[in-house]
Design a protein around this ligand. Sequence first.
Ligand SMILES: C=C(O[C@@H]1C=C(C(=O)O)C=C[C@H]1O)C(=O)O
Length: 183
Amino acid sequence: MAGQVRSFAAGGQTQDLRPCGQDAADAIGAMKRLMDERLSLMTEVARQKWNTKGAIEDLLREKEIVDGLKVEAAELGLSEVWAERFFRAQIEAGKVIQRECFVNWGQAGVDQFGNALDLARVIRPRLDQINSQLLRVLVLGWPVLADPTQCSHVAATTESLLAVHGELVATLAVVALREVETS
Ligand SMILES: C=C(O[C@@H]1C=C(C(=O)O)C=C[C@H]1O)C(=O)O
């Protein structure tokens, strides 16, 4: 895979994506932060849906996200099949968080949140940015993710997500990272 990744056009410039060790390690750090931010935004998503009594799951939006990211992945030289697995896992983990929020707020008798962010205008655009940024750092970090001698990075990612989001969410979110070696 690493050998297939040559370059991609970003902001009109072609960048060399062949990794050197530090770039790949930095990319793993960025991947962790972006995965965490994506999951953290799910509470904001849930607050807005709680206020509007909206459904947690939006399958049309999920399909649009995944279809778009598969095209981007192909352009970046990343396996579309793997990219779909990775992002579907992030989406499932995010829905777990939203469902947990709904259960907790239902039990606590929460009525409305006064300061919920706008889903369409604020949260989803940020999620779209995060998704694209994630794709790019996954390409850069691929040599580390695919190297069985460096599997501690996946364990560290799991640990840091687990500490904030709990075991179920963390396990779901990293599942595709554990399959990189075989992709
Ligand atoms: C985050 C949302 O909730 C769910 C999770 C999604 C995601 O993780 O991107 C997309 C659609 C929904 O099924 C949303 O509705 O935007």
